[in-house]
Design a binder for this molecule. Structure first.
Ligand code: UD1
Length: 338
């Protein structure tokens, strides 16, 4: 798995081990930290093989494919900061697309058949109908980051159309939040978090003075945006099911996309209320202007995930926020110890 030390990758390592797989991490730690490996060791009571390699490095990737007996690839590694992608588009196109093309070249050479790719609900833009199904047309991307996800899906589709012997599933993630309940691994945003839940937990912890809610005049029940927030362990388990599904397949070449969300839409204000209720920590926030590029509302139709993967999200929003908070408290303790 590429990007196996990152937020979603590290949680998927846990789910894969629980399901009897033997994950091998390839990560260059450009956007993740080695402490994730310490957390994994504590949870699992053992080491996980990790290659410190940039997954656009063809020679190093060849070597990994040659030396490890791989049954499949989960490709998490990618740059993902929307704002930065606008300022540095080539950095995003080079990294996010090169790594995928290289994997698609290597897999058939080494007889590796199964690929799970991290896509995003960002490909839908603002859908006209909700909940959004996989048949909902994609919209032009709002950012180079979002475009790399759309182009990556197309690259896989075209490669499979050309009968490249790869079976691929692109999972379109909605908004992943939370952390492993042990608080040994979680999200580690670099600098000021752009995403809502890390910003909330850092504000509650006193690291940030106040949260700005971006826009209170949207066409939603309380005027704030609606998203589909999914616990990262539920998301992790979806990858296990995707790998199993691919392993069962008799096809030589296939490609499909699947929404991975809870199917529930939540406003920013209701998420804040749940956070305060669950943690007992009052949150300092103000309602400010809209954030450019934000989507008003999006949440998943998860029928396809249920039917094709036999998977549904099991954890509640309350549980997700409790776990996110437990992780933040653990980080605070670490800072105090230093
Ligand atoms: C963002 C990205 C999306 C990416 C996803 C990865 C944008 C426009 N979209 O999605 O492409 O795939 O992260 O997780 O950046 N909010 C606040 N105050 C904050 C932060 C967020 O009110 O300080 C609100 C936002 O307006 C939004 C919701 O919280 O309504 C969720 O925001 P965020 O966590 O950034 O996720 P997305 O915008 O859905």
């Amino acid at each position: 798995m590429t990007g196996g030390a990152g937020f979603i990758g590290s949680h998927t390592v846990v789910s894969l081990i629980e399901a009897g797989f033997e994950p091998i991490i390839v990560d260059d730690f450009s956007n993740s930290q080695r402490t994730a490996l310490d957390g994994l060791r504590t949870i699992l009571g053992r080491e996980i093989t990790c290659h410190t390699v940039n997954c656009t490095d063809a020679a190093a990737m060849h070597e990994i494919f040659a030396n490890e007996r791989l049954s499949g690839v989960i490709h998490f590694a990618a740059f993902k900061a929307v704002g930065e992608s606008v300022a540095k588009p080539l950095k995003y196109y080079r990294n996010n697309l090169d790594s995928l093309v290289l994997l698609l070249e290597l897999m058939p050479q080494y007889g590796v058949k199964n690929l799970v790719f991290s896509s995003s609900c960002t490909v839908y833009g603002q859908p006209k109908q909700l909940p959004v199904t996989e048949a909902t047309p994609r919209q032009p991307a709002e950012s180079p980051y979002g475009n790399t996800k759309a182009i990556s899906e197309d690259i896989i589709r075209d490669a499979v159309r050309s009968e490249l012997p790869v079976r691929a599933l692109a999972l379109r993630y909605f908004n992943p939040i939370g952390a492993h309940p042990s608080a040994q691994i979680g999200e580690l945003p670099l600098g000021v978090p752009a995403n809502l839940v890390p910003f909330i937990t850092q504000t509650a912890a006193g690291i940030r003075p106040s949260l700005m809610v971006y826009g209170g005049d949207y066409d939603t029940p309380d005027g704030t945006c609606i998203r589909d927030y999914i616990h990262v362990m539920d998301l992790a388990e979806a990858h296990v099911q995707a790998l199993r599904k691919l392993a069962e397949s008799r096809e030589t070449s296939s490609y499909d996309v699947i929404n991975i969300g809870t199917g529930r839409g939540e406003t920013v204000l209701s998420l804040i209320k749940t956070f305060e209720q669950e943690t007992g920590v009052p949150l300092n926030y103000t309602i400010g202007p809209r954030r450019p590029g934000d989507i008003e509302k999006v949440y998943a139709d998860v029928t396809k995930a249920t039917q094709t993967l036999g998977w549904t999200a099991r954890r509640s929003l309350a549980e997700s926020l409790q776990d996110a908070w437990r992780w933040q408290e653990k980080l605070n303790h670490k800072v105090l110890e230093l």
